[in-house]
Design a protein around this ligand. Structure first.
Ligand code: ZN
Length: 337
């Protein structure tokens, strides 16, 4: 039987792992130190109609509700929709109608997560629905009527040319999720990559719930290989830049180095030997907590100044990275740069 205090520790550990409760955070949400530079016009538009739509370049539009965002591209032959966001729902179609009366001919899924594509059922059945093969495989198992199956599936790369517009879709391996793709508009020099970089903010907890942490880090380098100046990242209240990708990469590589050094300095068998006779599973729990606390203490002073939300989310990033170093990553050089 588990004692109440041990059960409580177990629950707290799980909550911390999912970053619903972070030991260093207050119970109430603290005011973020530097929220994105949402212009007042942008805030007013979101308050009045629920979204803003903004042309980035050459009929490529950014669409945002302030927390989620995506893009659509108006071609001479119809509209290419990316990520039918459920937070927008039918407002997505209203936003398109604000700028064109052309029909939606294509719908692209960045990845299978419902919070990004769960309004797909609202879009025309006649459209072509495009996704990477891993996304299609996952959607087969979900059997979710909100996320209709793609009708065009690709493996590595697909160039979508519609009328006078082009989007390049690339898959470079699992990162945030298996099947999460790079969506690139070469003429506009705009790149879309969802749930990897959070411009100006610390990633969503647990490195944006990355299923593959080495792949998540690599996705930053893959992104920087594109010739782009504007990033549509799927979240937060502003667009991103190359510099946002570089800062996020600096954060995750530093996080990885700190985690690797801690694991090298304090291997689990040594920690276990110092706690003989205790329940070894709970000793492991305490071991992880110690590593996470050290990681937080080392990284917080620097990163709370550079990425908003560190006080809420840094603990979960430390936990995810340490676990990934144990279960996923090849050996990492822990020496300082
Ligand atoms: Zn996602």
């Amino acid at each position: 039987m588990i004692s109440d205090s041990r059960a409580a520790r177990l629950v707290l550990g799980l909550l911390a792992a999912f970053a619903s409760v972070v030991p260093h955070a207050e119970n109430a949400l603290p005011a973020l130190k530097f929220p994105g530079p949402a212009a007042s016009a942008q805030s007013a538009a979101i308050a009045s109609k629920g979204y803003i739509v903004q042309e980035l370049r050459d009929h490529l539009y950014w669409l945002s509700d302030g927390a989620y965002n995506t893009l659509f591209l108006v071609s001479s032959a119809g509209v290419i929709v990316v990520d039918p966001l459920p937070t927008l729902g039918a407002n997505y179609l209203k936003a398109i109608a604000e700028v064109t009366d052309r029909p939606v001919t294509h719908v692209i899924y960045s990845h299978e997560h419902t919070d990004h594509i769960g309004a797909a059922y609202l879009f025309p059945k006649s459209a072509t629905y495009i996704a990477q093969r891993e996304t299609a495989r996952l959607l087969t198992s979900r059997n979710d009527p909100r996320r209709p199956m793609p009708t065009l599936v690709f493996d590595d790369s697909y160039t979508l040319a519609v009328g006078d517009q082009t989007l390049v879709l690339d898959y470079r391996g699992a990162n945030h999720e298996a099947g999460n793709i790079f969506i690139y508009a070469p003429k506009q020099k705009v790149l879309m990559l969802v749930d990897v970089v959070y411009p100006g903010y610390m990633p969503y907890p647990n490195l944006g719930i990355a299923v593959d942490v080495p792949g998540y880090i690599k996705a930053h380098r893959d992104a920087l290989a594109y010739d782009f100046d504007t990033l549509v990242a799927g979240h937060v209240d502003r667009l991103g830049t190359r510099q946002d990708v570089e800062v996020s990469l600096e954060f995750v590589t530093e996080l990885q180095r700190v985690g690797a050094r801690e694991l090298a300095e304090s291997p689990y068998p040594t920690y276990l030997n110092r706690h003989p006779g205790e329940n070894k599973w709970f000793v492991h729990d305490a071991y992880e907590k110690q590593l996470v606390d050290q990681c937080y203490a080392e990284l917080f002073p620097k990163w709370q100044k550079r990425l908003a939300g560190a006080e809420l989310m840094l603990n979960s990033q430390c936990w995810s990275m340490i676990v990934a170093l144990v279960v996923q990553s090849p050996p990492v050089d822990a020496s300082p740069r």
